[in-house]
Design a protein around this ligand. Structure first.
Ligand code: PGA
Length: 329
């Protein structure tokens, strides 16, 4: 039996399934004498007849039936192995086209660093732009995956929450409000406000929050970058609402204070998303599985780099949300 080649088993399986030597020969692109020869050799090795012929029809003997079931198991194992092997090949030379909103740049490169270490053959192209442009790219299916705040219902995409995103009110560390508790929303509206640019998700969420409370901000300046906003806030030009993630591992953390304002933090989430009709590549699927562990990965990474005193604040940034899957059609 050990001498039976895989080819002989393949020929046997085809005959058993098709109940015909002629059709098996056609399917395998072999001549009929070759098929008969392979079955003859296999039968000799096993030492039992595998088929019996009644009139023009062929039937499996008991030994033939057993061998047929064994063949199905062997071929099933082989095809699973083939899938695993091709996944491995895909991972070795794949490309991941990722597009993320501006604020996600505070944690995505760290996640990518660990991902690329794990899969060194994967080539990552990372595009960072604001929410408006990300939504345009998502609609045009220009990249493999997107990371952004909530995806509007009008966009035909699959989206899943993988991380919390809290928006907080920032002021200079020595701002008079920095030591106050339960600051009212009205009080914040008295302060000059530094706002993100139009099209920013942070801006949309901030405007929505204040308009829901029927309050109007005194916008002193609009800036297209979280970094520039933090510098401006640290320079006492105003207060701002930004994602807590923008404070991660930041040298400026000591120059900024998170204010205790009623209704804050605004609870948002980070989603990964892709166009509904998209067939995700193996590389993209691998990155998605990896993103689902983002919470613990970021905790480990951040705690290795900051003093223990800062850890609880930073760890709060990365509370994972589970089960938040939704699909839009
Ligand atoms: P933004 O997006 O970087 O464009 O402000 C952040 C978000 O959508 O929460």
């Amino acid at each position: 039996m050990r001498h039976s080649t895989l080819r002989q088993l393949e020929v046997f399986e085809a005959i058993a399934r098709l109940k015909s030597f002629t059709r098996a020969a056609e399917e395998l692109f072999l001549t009929q004498p070759t098929v008969s020869m392979q079955v003859k050799k296999l039968t000799e090795e096993i030492g039992l007849p595998l088929f019996e012929q009644v009139g023009k029809r062929i039937y499996l003997t008991d030994a033939g039936e057993e061998l047929y079931q064994t063949c199905l198991g062997i071929f099933d194992h082989f095809s699973r192995f083939e899938m695993i092997a091709s996944n491995m090949k895909g991972l070795k030379s794949g490309k991941l086209r990722l597009a993320v909103v501006t604020t996600a740049k505070y944690f995505v490169p760290r996640l990518l660093g660990m991902f690329c270490q794990k899969y060194p053959g994967i080539d990552v192209a990372l595009k960072v732009t604001n929410r408006e442009h990300i939504l345009e790219r998502l609609t045009g299916n220009q990249d493999d995956l997107y990371i952004l705040g909530q995806v509007p219902d009008a966009v035909d995409a699959v989206a899943e929450i993988f991380l919390d995103n809290q928006l907080v009110v920032l002021a200079a560390a020595d701002h008079p409000l920095a030591t106050k508790k339960k600051i009212t929303i009205e009080r914040i509206c008295d302060e000059p406000f530094i706002m993100r640019e139009p099209g920013s998700g942070t801006r949309i969420a901030t405007e929505l929050f204040f308009s829901k409370h029927n309050k109007k901000l005194k916008v002193r300046m609009e800036l297209g970058s979280n970094e520039a906003i933090k510098q401006t806030v640290a320079g006492r030009l105003g207060v701002a609402v930004l994602s807590r993630h923008t404070l991660a591992l930041d040298a400026q953390v000591g120059q900024l204070a998170i204010l205790d304002v009623e209704g804050f933090p605004i609870e948002r989430h980070w989603y990964f998303a892709y166009s509904s009709g998209k067939q995700l590549s193996i590389v993209a699927q691998t990155f998605l599985s990896y993103l689902r562990q983002a919470n613990s990965l970021l905790d480990n990474l951040i705690c290795r780099h900051v003093t223990s005193g800062h850890c609880p604040l930073l760890k709060n940034e990365t509370n994972i949300r589970s089960g938040g899957v939704r699909q839009r059609n």
